[in-house]
Design a binder for this molecule. Structure first.
Ligand SMILES: *Cc1c(COP(=O)(O)O)cnc(C)c1O
Length: 397
């Protein structure tokens, strides 16, 4: 269930609220129940602006995948941002919000014919391909569609390497562009994704330089319009571990982009960086037990729910108890299901908790609720989006 509170920003009768403060968290749980995922659209906007400041001149296409929520999508579009869609479901979500298709690209390298047709019918024009079969699928669409060719740059430093499953070898990229040209499919340029939560920007720089050479070579052979470079996502955020701030992280990227010919339009596909810090997860203690000298607290959200990112995304979220107090005791936080792997954190120092106490997970916007299941019939967290864009009437979606 997706719930939203009325917009508050821009309404002079209401002063801005910080939904991540304890009192406000408690109030929202009273109103909407637990478990809850609280999205702060103010923080979505802050993240977008910070990345735009760190990458001036780069058009930011928010990748919906980490948090496909209408309020986030609207907040990005309202700021003049762009969208990165990868599935028919994401196309339908954006379409249902009445957003112009010109704001969107489709970046899944492998698509069914019906996915392509559906995106084309919505009005998406720019797609991604990384192999001959996929390029051939576009032959029949002539000038209605154009391609970015995704190139693979293996990244062992990223937490999630996205260049093993997708992307062609750099050595094969020109041959792929030749195939597209021979079929009358326009190649607009090249794209890559160095992997999510990148440790540093060296891979981005290496990939930008390799793609700049590919653009020049493909242009020399007149293999397409070749005016676009898509530098993907991968921009990191703080979890339990601190990462580089986005400005210093992007400094080498800015330097590499400055060496590109002026005609090249550069776009990026940030997901995690926009959504991650913009939401918190709130869970309640359902019950507790003392086992081998430690308190075990069983929450109504866990690894099969919003904490699924601990498995799929290899993230460790900073968790804290809203109850304060002494003494602090070594404690275990477990999810609600009957599976023994459903443990969120062990050896956490917490005051003694009771049923109904609230546990907050920070930086839980990206790859959390989006990959949650309802295993054991424990429902996914209710999502509430606050500080929405003025005019975003929301309601139950
Ligand atoms: C997942 C994904 C993104 C978002 O990546 P982040 O590392 O979350 O920024 C962008 N583009 C594509 C094609 C993706 O698959």
């Amino acid at each position: 269930m997706l719930l939203q509170t009325p917009p508050t920003e821009g309404d002079p009768a209401l002063k801005p609220i910080d939904p991540f403060q304890p009192d406000e968290i408690r109030r929202l749980v009273r109103e909407f129940g637990s478990p809850l995922l609280i999205i702060d659209c103010g923080r979505v906007r802050t993240q977008y602006r910070k990345l735009r400041g760190a990458l001036p001149g780069v058009d930011l296409h928010y990748a919906l995948k980490p948090l496909p929520h209408p309020a986030v999508v609207r907040a990005i579009v309202e700021l003049g941002g762009w969208l990165d869609l990868a599935t028919t479901g994401e196309v339908q979500l954006v379409q249902s919000l009445g957003i112009a298709s010109q704001r969107c690209i489709h970046t899944h390298p492998i698509k069914r014919e019906r996915d392509i047709r559906n995106a084309l019918e919505f009005g998406v024009r720019l797609f991604v391909a990384d192999n001959p079969d996929e390029v051939r699928k576009f032959r029949r669409y002539g000038q209605r569609a154009a391609l970015l060719l995704r190139v693979s740059f293996r990244s062992t430093g990223a937490v999630c390497d996205l260049s093993r499953k997708f992307g062609c070898d750099p050595e094969d990229a020109i041959e792929l562009a030749r195939l597209a040209a021979s079929l009358g499919v326009d190649v607009r340029g090249f794209s890559f994704h160095v992997g999510s939560q990148a440790a540093d920007s060296l891979k981005h720089v290496e990939a930008i330089e390799a793609c700049a050479a590919l653009l020049a070579n493909a242009r020399r052979e007149r293999l397409g319009t070749l005016d676009t470079l898509d530098i993907g996502g991968g921009f990191p955020i703080d979890y339990l571990q601190h990462t580089l701030d986005i400005r210093p992280f992007c400094a080498p990227i800015r330097a590499a982009l400055a060496r590109l010919p002026k005609r090249v339009r550069v776009i990026a596909e940030p997901g995690r960086y926009i959504a991650g810090p913009a939401a918190i997860g709130v869970a309640s203690v359902m019950g507790r037990a003392r086992r081998e000298g430690h308190w075990w607290y069983y929450l109504d959200d866990g690894l099969y729910g919003s904490y699924s990112g601990q498995l799929y995304d290899h993230a460790r979220y900073p968790v804290e108890s809203l109850r304060q107090g002494e003494p602090l005791l070594p404690s275990v936080l477990a999810g609600p299901t009957c599976d023994s792997i459903d443990v969120i954190a062990e050896n956490l120092m917490l005051p003694q908790l009771k049923a109904g106490d609230l546990i907050v997970g920070r930086a839980m916007g990206a790859y959390t609720w989006a990959s949650a299941s309802e295993f054991n019939f424990f429902p996914r967290a209710t999502v509430v989006a606050v500080n929405r864009t003025p005019g975003d009437t929301g309601g139950v979606e």
